[in-house]
Design a protein around this ligand. Structure first.
Ligand SMILES: [Zn+2]
Length: 418
């Protein structure tokens, strides 16, 4: 059997594994959230704030979708014409076309060219966030955040580029196999290290100060059977007025984080409701589920990329001879961009189901649907979220059920519907 047939077989096995894991671990059934309850819930929200949120979202909309479209057009222009290959060659020229220079500098150059076009949109976006009072950052803080995220991307991206092109160079027939294993390992590794290595680049985390709320939250975690050493508070107020909480990490690096803005804005009962939702994620191992799906998906993507390399017309368009050479970086990035756009609705769908389960967990754990509903209303009001967003936008990219769905789920819970 040739390496190509092995790759086809591996891709098939990975696809079946991905499907099996998805079928087994994703909570497919949807908790009840009748539309009538959603409409009623919407009417209870402060209407001036809902109108402002909708105005805010529609102001951002052209930039969001325009930016996505522009990013795609630039990626396709670089990847499906010889422009990208020429840029990579140019970057390697001072180093006699050495593959390391082509891979690292070429990779960075292709990404930077795309960023030149989308950066003004990001800057404009920031002005809108400031205008609506959501961002507390000046330009210096905004630029510092940008520099930090570039630095983090450069480290991770540099490792990926070096690793990938070392494999294609030294195992030209079998790089896809090592690459798939390496990519899956990297996804798992990142889940472990992001909370301790990457998140502190952007925020400072301090254990929640002792007091009745902390005692309450620790008791809640104990009652839930989730071992939590600390609830961490992030200094999110340095850049935003938005309130949030999340759980990240795996095993020893698992942590529950609440924004300092949440402690400032919400009542202790609402904070408890938020943490109960995060405990649901911890209890159901949602980070692990996301990591497993991500690892399998990334591994499959590497093998699919190798198989796509048999499409000579595509390579010719990109001005490259082989999908595994650095000159094809722009082509690979274009494929990744298209794959990201196409898979986004599926990822959002899976995420919404997992979030709905964490909501159901919060309701069961606290037994307090009224406070849960108040918390959802607060989240939406403070964060200027559209509580009932346009259907197409929701289906394409909403990672959480809408605010009115979450409020309606609380109402159904209160009636005894589970
Ligand atoms: Zn969640």
């Amino acid at each position: 059997m040739t390496p190509r047939w092995w790759a086809v077989l591996t891709l098939g096995v990975l696809a079946v594994a991905l499907l099996a894991v998805a079928l087994l671990v994703i909570p497919w059934q949807r908790p009840p959230a009748p539309r009538a309850d959603q409409v009623d819930a919407l009417a209870t929200l402060p209407q001036d704030r809902v109108a402002q949120a909708r105005e805010f979202r529609s102001t951002l909309r052209p930039a969001t979708w325009g930016g996505l479209a522009l990013g795609l057009v630039v990626a396709l222009l670089l990847g499906l014409t010889p422009l990208g290959a020429r840029l990579v060659e140019l970057c390697g020229r001072p180093f006699d076309g050495h593959w390391v220079a082509q891979a690292l500098l070429g990779g960075f150059a292709v990404v930077l060219v795309a960023d030149v076009f989308t950066l003004p949109i990001a800057a404009w976006r920031h002005t809108v966030l400031v205008r609506y009072g959501l961002s507390t950052q000046g330009w210096a803080g905004w630029a510092a955040d940008l520099a930090r995220s570039y630095a983090v991307s450069a480290v991770i991206g540099g490792l990926v580029l070096l690793g990938f092109y070392a494999l294609t160079r030294f195992a030209p027939q079998w790089w896809w196999a090592f690459g798939a294993a390496g990519a899956a390992t990297l996804v798992v590794l990142l889940s472990f290290v992001v909370p301790v290595l990457v998140e502190p680049v952007f925020n400072r985390f301090t254990p929640m100060a002792g007091g009745p709320l902390r005692t309450e939250l620790m008791q809640l975690a104990a009652r839930d059977g989730v071992p939590v050493r600390e609830v961490l508070v992030a200094d999110a107020s340095r850049r935003t007025r938005a309130v949030n909480a999340y759980v990240s990490g795996l095993g020893p690096t698992r942590r529950i984080v609440v924004y300092d803005t949440l402690l400032e804005e919400a009542t202790p009962g609402e904070v408890t409701s938020v943490v109960a939702h995060e405990l649901g994620h911890a209890r159901d191992n949602d980070v692990l589920i996301g990591t497993a799906l991500g690892a399998l998906g990334t591994a499959a993507a590497v093998v699919a990329l190798y198989l796509l390399g048999a499409w000579t017309g595509l390579l010719r368009a990109a001005g490259a001879g082989d999908i595994g050479e650095p000159r094809a970086i722009a082509l690979v990035l274009a494929v990744v961009a298209v794959a990201g756009l196409v898979t986004s609705p599926f990822q959002a769908f899976v995420s919404r189901r997992i979030e709905a389960r964490a909501d159901a967990h919060a309701l069961a754990l606290t037994g307090d649907p009224a406070t849960f509903e108040a918390m959802q209303a607060r989240l939406s009001t403070v964060n200027l979220g559209d509580p009932d967003p346009p259907r197409w936008e929701y289906l394409y990219g909403a990672t959480h059920p809408s605010t009115v769905e979450r409020m309606a789920a609380a109402r159904a819970y209160a009636r005894g519907e589970r």
